[in-house]
Design a protein around this ligand. Structure first.
Ligand SMILES: NC(=O)C1=CN([C@@H]2O[C@H](COP(=O)(O)OP(=O)(O)OC[C@H]3O[C@@H](n4cnc5c(N)ncnc54)[C@H](O)[C@@H]3O)[C@@H](O)[C@H]2O)C=CC1
Ligand SMILES: O=C(O)/C=C/C=C(\O)C(=O)O
Length: 480
């Protein structure tokens, strides 16, 4: 069986303990490769090599760092099909989604930050005629990048690209559930000539390898994307050591549809924002609020279009929803559907595990699920399910829907559908979310600040925010 390897100090290597974890293909429910069960020893080695590599990498002219990163981006594009297939097998997502979204975004992330880093400049402040201040930004040091399983290479590169472009060296840990594309990526870094120790990839469990990384004294900043409970744990570990933190956490995002919305667009995009990637995107709109006069019409069209989605083998090009990432996650999502029923919800469509015949007989599939009749305060409407499950609720007034949209502990993203731009502007101002999409969803510009309010996170990624995160700021005041 194929063994995934760590990437430490420029070479692919086994974990020091030679212990491995099973890596499961979720569409088949079977182990298909092994992932290192790394421990503190591996982490020490990775952090040591990152520390050793830091002076040379941070001292390299930015054009040279950029050129190496651009070579990596080109290699990702060259290996698009291989990487997309690997991502689909590892995660359960449709291969055409990996080919059209995940992998192209991975190379775009790297290209974006490789070029952005060449456009940074130093601020200067003239203090009358008496002094000049200038503000230098220097790479912060050895950093940790911890990424989740839902958009594996997409989010892995979203973190490491700004870190490397800014001149930091990195100890990274992909999710133990989806390690394969990070392993293939390590091979591309070697081919591109990334100097040894600049990027170190340690595979393994969050509670063991991940915890050892964030505790390590040489790691000065942590960029994490994942669940809010894990983010809280990381923050508690990092705080006494005063490590810099960027946390992209969960969401329970409102999708608000006013009666004057472009109906066709609102319906078809809501199907996408509800069920893309099996609903396993932190930005999915899981609570749909529809103005009462449109409610019945919307629900009927939404259900009809949802029922046309094909759930099936992720390797078939006609599949819209593949498998959920793991048996445990499948059970978690199913348990929320049971909870919704107990809380008085009506399952309008979906709601059950789908068991196919043939090669996907043991896969982790759930049909796209629409629930109505639930109050805002119930657990189903408060907790992140992170699967193909949405609730739909009517509302009467702007004030009411703003209150409901804000009535969770999360504040990641929101979507607003209306043809009235004044209304869109007004509602956007009152919805407490870090990201608001008006008449669109997941329409991304990598320059924009990306992140959540409340328990959806700390800090912002994207554009200058990400490059700044990986630097230290120093003001130099010269008395003239
Ligand atoms: N972007 C998002 O919003 C995501 C949200 N989730 C949510 O979190 C729930 C739990 O999913 P999990 O797979 O457990 O995600 P998680 O948040 O525990 O995992 C994300 C990453 O953190 C690592 N990790 C876990 N514990 C750690 C620790 N103590 N120190 C350092 N790294 C650690 C994991 O190995 C993985 O690489 C999901 O059901 C979903 O609701 C999960 C993944 C992504
Ligand atoms: O940067 C993006 O476009 C999307 C990011 C998505 C996540 O952070 C997530 O789903 O966890």
């Amino acid at each position: 069986m194929e063994k995934i390897l760590n990437y430490i100090n420029g070479v692919l290597c086994e974990p020091r303990s030679y212990q491995y974890l099973d890596n499961v293909n979720p569409a088949r429910g079977e182990v298909y490769s092994l992932v290192p069960d790394s421990d503190l020893g591996d982490v020490k080695q990775a952090a040591g090599s990152a520390k050793k590599a830091f002076p040379a990498w941070s001292g390299l002219p930015v054009e040279k760092r950029s050129a190496i990163l651009l070579r990596i981006a080109d290699l990702i594009d060259r290996h698009l099909d291989k990487l997309a297939l690997a991502e689909s097998i590892d995660n359960g997502k449709p291969v055409h989604l990996a080919r059209s979204l995940d992998i192209p975004r991975a190379s775009a992330n790297i290209r974006f930050f490789a070029t952005a880093a060449m456009h940074t400049s130093t601020e200067a402040h003239l203090t009358g005629e008496e002094a000049v201040n200038y503000t230098a930004r220097t790479p912060i040091g050895v950093v940790a990048c911890i990424s989740p399983w839902n958009l594996p290479l997409y989010l892995f590169t979203w973190k490491i690209a700004p870190a490397l472009a800014a001149g930091c060296t990195v100890v990274a840990k992909p999710s133990e559930l989806t390690p394969m594309t990070a392993y293939l990526f390590a091979q591309l870094c070697m081919e591109a000539g990334l100097p040894e120790g600049v990027l170190n990839i340690v595979h393994g469990l969050g509670a063991k390898a991940g915890q050892a990384i964030i505790e390590h004294a040489d790691i000065v900043a942590i960029s994490f994307t994942g669940g809010t409970a894990t983010g809280r744990k990381i923050a508690a570990t990092a705080a006494p050591q005063f490590k810099k933190l960027s946390l992209e956490l969960g969401g329970k995002n409102p999708n608000i549809i006013f009666a004057d919305a472009d109906f066709e667009q609102a319906v078809s995009t809501s199907v996408r924002s509800s069920f893309s990637n099996q609903g396993e995107i932190c930005l999915c709109g899981s609570r749909i609020f529809v103005e009462r006069s449109l409610y019945d019409k919307f629900l009927q069209a939404f259900v009809e279009q949802t029922n046309r989605l094909v759930v099936g083998n992720p390797l078939n090009d006609g599949t819209h929803l593949g498998a959920l990432v793991s048996e445990a996650h499948l059970q978690k999502v199913l348990s929320y559907i049971e909870l919704a029923k107990k809380e008085g919800g009506t399952i309008v469509t979906g709601g059950t595990r789908i068991q196919f015949k043939g090669e996907c007989a043991n896969g982790y599939f759930i049909g796209p699920t629409i629930i109505t009749g639930l109050p805002q305060q119930c657990r189903t409407n408060q907790e992140e399910i992170f699967g193909p499950v949405v609730t739909v609720m009517p509302f009467d007034t702007e004030e009411e829907v703003i209150k409901a949209a804000n009535a969770t502990d999360y504040g990641l993203s929101a979507t607003i559908w209306t043809e009235n731009l004044k209304k869109a502007h007004r509602v956007s101002a009152h919805v407490k979310s870090g990201i608001i999409w008006v008449n669109c969803w997941l329409y991304r510009d990598l320059r924009t600040p990306f992140g959540g309010m409340k328990q959806s996170g700390v800090g912002r990624e994207g554009g200058w925010e990400a490059l700044k995160f990986f630097t230290d700021t120093k003001n130099i005041c010269i008395r003239l």
